[in-house]
Design a protein around this ligand. Structure first.
Ligand SMILES: Cc1cc2nc3c(=O)[nH]c(=O)nc-3n(C[C@H](O)[C@H](O)[C@H](O)COP(=O)(O)O)c2cc1C
Length: 493
């Protein structure tokens, strides 16, 4: 029996020590320090110079192999500043990852893999009274024999080493108060929640009400379907670190699929006699189709002129007329504005915008411009020269060309213009519209005696920096190099 007036001791949950966050080199990278103080990162047979450092900094840098505590970067000593500089250089090159180490057994609870070059772990403040929930864009999947947590919005992905963390994530599909999460068995620590919040895998709510989709971000994000945003970020450059482009990943294991599909077993109906007869009366359009080809090298002694560019844009992309209509099946709905342009577009949405990186055009200064299709004017967009150069160089590289194109047209989509109407198929419609516009460009370039080439890759992060727009609001979905092609045998340039 207890003594009267004495309260029983409150049973508290076992206090779990906070995990350590450590900054370490990714597994295939080693640092090599030379006698003169220069340090290089060595990987895959390459050596990447990182600059010169003091002996003390080089000694401390050896710990990057197992991991340097993130907290040590807050130290402002001269050596710590040098190590910080080295870490930032390694991070920019995608050579670092970040471990969340359990204080109990020293194992990796989570390893964070940056997806953008300037990712650095940040721990925004989270109070016990605050409420968090998973982003609807976040997902867990198997990669090899690991479980990874990703989101197209996130600057990093999280390799989950402890199944208990996956269980905690599952509870976050409904809004949870931090104080409640803290009491849960196997609570992974406030640090992980803060890191997930920083990566927009979690977001904060003011209260526990409904309507999560509307509360996650701006209107453009609200209109985005999960798979559309994921496809956009994973099939372009800039917001992931996966292998990308013509790398022949299956060449060693699977025979190349045939260029022409093996025929079906049915009885053949021969069409050749009809086409042979029609060839005598070939139309100008059929001739144009026959002449169309990709041009990757341009005559920089005789560049495209502003007058030619104006005509090219006028005849391919300019708004010809405007009209209004109600949504089908809803006469009381809002009036929707439409335009007519030279190429077809899904639902007449005309969500595609043209941005021009101009390297060499007679009568037009080098720079970055938006084509206003309604007014038929070019509007310069102020920007950093090195970003314009980076865009042009990437196009040159993608074409395997000897110089940058005279003009690089980036086709960007105003995603909301099409996802406001279409569910599930919005991004696929956008890509189909891009194909239509690319062929329109090819044919007009051929008709005008110019040359062009479609480009299959584009950097959405670079474009976001050049335009200051959110990647989910308006972003590049295609590119086309344009200019005056070199004549065969022309050695100029
Ligand atoms: C969607 C698309 C993407 C392309 N991407 C590239 C590219 O990144 N680099 C390149 O040099 N050519 C690119 N091309 C051009 C093709 O290589 C070219 O169309 C193909 O080889 C057929 O040659 P032709 O256009 O001269 O008839 C692309 C074409 C299309 C339609």
């Amino acid at each position: 029996m207890r003594a009267p007036g004495k309260k029983p001791a409150k049973k508290r949950g076992r206090k779990i020590a906070a995990p350590t966050i450590a900054v370490r080199l990714i597994s295939r990278v080693a640092l090599r320090a030379e006698a003169d103080g220069s340090i290089a990162a060595c990987f895959d047979g390459y050596s990447e110079p990182l600059g010169k450092f003091s002996t003390a900094a080089a000694d401390r840098a050896q710990s990057f192999g197992s991991g340097l505590p993130l907290s040590s970067f807050a130290d402002r000593s001269a050596v710590a500043k040098e190590v910080d500089l080295l870490a930032r250089r390694l991070a920019r090159r995608g050579l670092l990852e970040y471990r969340l180490v359990s204080a109990e057994d020293g194992k990796d609870q989570v390893v964070i893999e940056p997806q953008v070059p300037d990712y650095w772990p940040r721990l925004p403040k989270l109070d016990n009274s605050e409420c968090v929930v998973l982003s609807r864009f976040a997902y867990l999947r198997r990669r090899g024999n690991e479980m990874v947590l990703e989101s197209p919005r996130a600057d990093a992905l999280f390799r989950i080493g402890d199944p208990q963390i996956a269980a905690t994530l599952a509870t976050l599909s409904t809004p949870q108060k931090i104080s409640r999460l803290r009491r849960q068995q196997g609570f992974p620590g406030i640090e992980l929640l803060a890191l997930l919040l920083d990566c927009q895998i979690l977001f904060k709510l003011d209260d526990a009400g409904d309507g999560l989709r509307a509360r996650e971000g701006d209107e453009n994000l609200v209109m985005s379907d999960f798979h559309d945003l994921l496809f956009h970020t994973r099939s372009t450059e800039g917001r992931h670190s996966n292998p990308l482009g013509g790398l022949y990943p299956h060449a060693g294991a699977i025979a190349p699929p045939p260029a022409v599909r093996p025929h079906w077993p049915g009885k053949k109906i021969d069409l050749r006699e009809f086409s042979d007869a029609a060839e005598a009366t070939i139309s100008p359009f059929a001739k144009l189709l026959g002449e169309r080809h990709s041009t990757r090298d341009f005559d920089d002694q005789l560049p495209i002129t502003l007058a030619e560019l104006s005509r090219f844009l006028d005849l391919t992309a300019r708004v010809q007329s405007k009209w209004q209509s109600k949504p089908e099946f809803d006469n009381s709905g809002p009036d929707i504005e439409f335009t007519t342009r030279p190429y077809p577009s899904a639902g007449s949405a005309y969500e595609l915008e043209l941005y021009l990186a101009v390297a060499n055009c007679e009568g037009l200064a080098r720079g970055f411009y938006h084509y206003d299709a309604g007014e038929h004017v070019l509007v310069p967009i102020d920007g950093r020269t090195h970003e314009l150069d980076a865009q042009l160089t990437a196009a040159e590289f993608a074409m395997g060309a000897s110089a940058a194109p005279q003009i690089l047209i980036t086709i960007a989509a105003r995603f909301g213009r099409i996802s406001w109407k279409y569910s599930s198929i919005a991004y696929s419609l956008i890509l189909k519209d891009v194909g239509v516009l690319l062929q329109t460009f090819y044919l007009m370039a051929t008709d005008m005696g110019l040359g062009g080439c479609a480009i299959g890759t584009t950097n959405i992060d670079l474009f976001a920096r050049m335009t200051g727009q959110e990647f989910h609001a308006e972003g590049p979905v295609g590119q086309f190099a344009l200019g005056r092609g070199k004549q065969p045998g022309d050695q100029n340039g």
